[in-house]
Design a protein around this ligand. Structure first.
Ligand code: ATR
Length: 280
């Protein structure tokens, strides 16, 4: 029986997960088809129930459903539980387990780039769903200071409070500010890692920081992968800073999900190549 997998979202047309996952399944000769499921919020509960079918291995979950699926699952991994968001569902014998591989995917992308976050001073731009996964990964990696800046201060403060409840929180100083706070420049000057998790940068030319404000001595990460070089990363490159886009995080979260579904080691090289080929 051909097994089924897929990614659920709304909209979902632009997801490159099908290209990445199908390439990995094919490379390992696994008889499974990875689909694209466009499901509106009102249909989400019925969709989750459909995953209990005997031919379904599991699913990826993307915007806007990562938090909404949580109450419909039977079990959560510790990471998914602590951040309240699921990007991977694993179906085992009628039970649905929710996991979050974005967290470890981000951590692996940093290590692969040769950056050890332990003891780092970090400026994190944004406080939405993606920021939560990145922040939990950084806390878990033992950064020294994590300073959150968000357009809306309340959301940054809520994320700081959530981080205070995480295991290992004691070794990291967490602060939260509005994006227009004067503290941003001093923290930018000090940081060794700057991460943009906001959607600013999806449109070519848009950046939250002018070129002069980008820290030349830091690793500058933008979790956006399309365009491959956002205006922030272009500014960082112009300043001589090291840069990293969101493609490695995307591929590593995909590889970790693949391993949960199949129990097989993911063919990372195949997945990277498929991701690059699928991008415009
Ligand atoms: P995701 O799941 O991708 O993180 P999200 O939860 O909608 O998406 O979060 C989007 C993030 O981008 C938020 O931090 C948002 O800031 P607010 O919380 O203040 O809305 C940020 N963002 C989006 N557009 C922005 C803009 N024009 N300027 C500054 N920040 C912006």
């Amino acid at each position: 029986m051909t097994q089924r997998l897929g990614v659920v979202g709304f909209p979902i047309e632009h997801s490159i997960s099908p290209a990445i996952q199908q390439a990995a399944l094919d490379a390992l000769g696994i008889d499974a088809r990875y689909e694209r499921w466009r499901i509106a919020p009102a249909e989400l509960r019925a969709w989750v129930e459909s995953l209990r079918g005997p031919d379904v291995l599991g699913a990826n979950v993307t915007v806007p459903h990562k938090e909404a699926v949580v109450p419909y699952l039977d079990e959560l991994s510790p990471t998914a539980r602590s951040i309240g968001a699921v990007n991977t569902i694993v179906h085992r014998d009628g039970r649905l387990l929710g996991a979050n591989t974005d967290v470890e995917g981000f951590a692996r992308s940093l290590l692969e780039a040769g950056f050890d976050p332990h003891g780092a001073d970090v400026v994190l731009l944004g406080a939405g769903g993606a920021a939560r996964a990145v922040a939990v990964a950084l806390l878990g990696a033992g950064v020294r200071r994590l300073v959150l800046f968000n357009r809306g201060l309340a959301r940054a403060e809520a994320l700081a409070a959530l981080l205070g409840d995480q295991p290992g929180a004691g070794q990291t100083t967490v602060e939260a500010y509005a994006l227009d706070a004067p503290a941003l420049d001093a923290h930018l000057a000090q940081c060794t890692l700057l991460v943009n998790t906001t959607s600013v940068g999806l449109h070519p030319g848009d950046s939250l920081l002018s070129v002069e404000r980008v820290p030349a001595g830091a690793l500058v990460v933008d979790i956006i992968y399309n365009p491959p070089e956002t205006a922030l990363l272009a500014a960082a490159r112009a300043r001589g800073a090291r840069t990293l886009n969101g493609l490695p995080m995307l591929v590593h979260q995909a590889a970790l999900a693949f391993q949960l579904w199949t129990g097989r080691e993911a063919p990372l090289g195949v997945m990277f190549a498929a991701a690059r080929a699928a991008l415009p």
